[in-house]
Write a protein that binds this ligand. Structure first.
Ligand SMILES: [Zn+2]
Length: 494
């Protein structure tokens, strides 16, 4: 079972009031620095210096446990991601992904065990020879001396060891008891350490393991100098409160780093990662687009989105954020899927605003309805205007972009026509532009006056008839793809 909630929240009532500040243009409020010392008085061994003063305006006041401004990514697209149903990575693709993740700035990539197959071993060796600039290379093995011997020969910077500790896995998977697990773990850890490379020990299915068993083995491996212990929600059963409680308890037991791995079966993978960092975890496992076994793990982009809200300066300093879309496109293509429409940051509607009241506010100040700034990721916001929910402020913005000369009364009149036509079917950007241009020509030729809806209908029909008879008429796009949406330039929205 999951551990009991026997420890009080570390940060008082845990419900500090939010302070609304413009994320994009305004300086952030100062928040006192937090003590990064673990509750047992020892350093948590995390190597980069704490940067707790640079918090986002929406994050809670820092507490002595929280690592939301001091964490690292273990990117497992090339291990966990290989377990995704559609995944079959050639060496060439793996090298492309590894190099791109290195350019993006992840601290570690994790590769499939060299014991999995001869090809896996060859791939592991080849990626170790790439000479990545920043990213360290790990491989993920069973807690077994044969696997450990193979792993250290590949040239990796570290080895991630895992073994099932829940009664489900002990009885139905490897069939070993905790005494055997502890003895083998010590043997493997001491062997890997003797080769001078990093070693992590993780339980599998941690949230369905007995807490005394877990704490006992973590304490033992910490004492013999493991670099990290790992907590894995292998079946995706944990919720953020359970994660907070377990990691917080563990933080008081070990002095080494704490890595966490969350599956997304019940939709908690990002929230669990965040709760783990709040409780003192130091490393989060991710994969690009969250691909992995079943429906996968914490997605790289989703974690970045979450952490940008907690501490944007820290995230921007560490990672090359505009590369995110490129990496996701590469992986999506490699595993033959589409980037989901509602994907964090890069989904096609992530920065698209539709409702009239939202559009008006966004045009005045993007922070009104955006917690993330698209330009931080090389993305652009869109205001969708060819629909029945549109508003005249958004239409006015488009009129200005088209350099048309219409006063507010005329823009409102043209907006009424757009809404009338959009009640029949959604209007593409091309449709909207046509209505505005015909309206503009009608007003300035004297053929049209405000309120003459029937006259405008006739002018539009005439325009469409002459356009359709034109030999160079372009294919009409009626599906409203993002390319046809209105781009709201930074100049318009500043
Ligand atoms: Zn996993």
């Amino acid at each position: 079972m999951c551990p009991p909630a026997d420890v009080p929240p570390a940060n008082g009532n845990g419900h500090e009031e939010m302070v609304l500040v413009d994320t994009h243009e305004t300086a952030r409020p100062a928040i006192p620095p937090a003590n990064q010392t673990a509750p047992n008085g020892s350093s948590n061994g995390h190597s980069h210096p704490p940067t707790n003063k640079a918090k986002g305006p929406y994050s809670r006041a820092s507490d002595f446990l929280s690592n939301t401004s001091n964490w690292k990514i273990i990117e497992s697209t090339l291990r966990e991601g290989e377990q995704f149903a559609n995944a079959f990575f050639t060496l060439e693709t793996k090298i492309k992904i590894a190099k791109m993740l290195d350019d993006f700035g992840v601290e570690y990539i994790e590769l499939t065990s060299p014991a999995a197959s001869p090809e896996s071993r060859a791939h592991c060796e080849a990626i170790c020879k790439l000479g990545l600039k920043k990213t360290k290379i790990l491989t993920h093995i069973r807690c077994h001396m044969d696997d450990a011997r193979l792993a250290v020969e590949t040239g990796v910077d570290g080895v991630d060891v895992v073994i099932g500790t829940s009664s489900f896995l002990r009885e139905h998977s490897h069939g070993k008891d905790m005494a055997w697990i502890t003895k083998t773990a010590i043997e493997v850890i001491e062997f890997v350490k003797s080769k001078g490379i990093e070693i992590r020990f993780s339980s599998e299915d941690s949230f369905r393991s007995e807490l005394p068993d877990l704490l006992s083995i973590y304490r033992t491996v910490d004492k013999i100098g493991v670099n990290r212990v790992g907590v894995a929600d292998t079946v995706g059963c944990a919720d953020p409160r359970q994660v907070y409680d377990l990691v917080r308890t563990l933080r008081g037991v070990v002095s080494c780093d704490i890595e966490t791995h969350f599956h997304n079966d019940t939709g908690c993978a990002i929230a669990n990662a965040y709760a783990a960092l709040e409780a003192g975890a130091t490393h989060i496992d991710t994969s690009v687009l969250g691909i992995g076994e079943r429906n996968g793990i914490t997605p790289l982009g989703g974690l970045i989105a979450r952490m940008m809200v907690a501490d944007p300066d820290y995230v921007k300093a560490k990672y090359n954020l505009p590369m995110l879309r490129e990496i996701e496109n590469l992986v999506a293509e490699a595993v033959e899927i589409q980037v989901p429409f509602n994907n964090y940051i890069t989904g096609f509607c992530a920065f698209t605003h539709k409702a009239g009241i939202h559009a008006k506010a966004i045009l005045a100040n993007p922070s009104t309805y955006e917690i993330l700034n698209p330009s931080d990721f090389g993305m652009t916001r869109y205001v969708s205007i060819g629909h029945r929910l549109t508003g005249w402020n958004a239409v006015k913005s488009r009129v200005e972009q088209l350099n048309l000369n219409l006063n507010d009364e005329q823009v409102k009149d043209a907006t009424a026509k757009i809404k009338e036509l959009a009640d029949v079917r959604t209007q593409s950007m091309e449709d909207v532009d046509m209505i505005l241009r015909v309206y503009h020509t009608g007003i300035h030729s004297g053929d049209l006056k405000v309120g003459q809806s029937a006259v405008l209908d006739r002018l539009l029909e005439k325009h469409i008839a002459s356009r359709d008879s034109s030999p160079d008429r372009r294919e009409k796009d009626v599906n409203g793809t993002p390319a046809k949406r209105q781009r709201v330039d930074e100049a318009t929205t500043a």
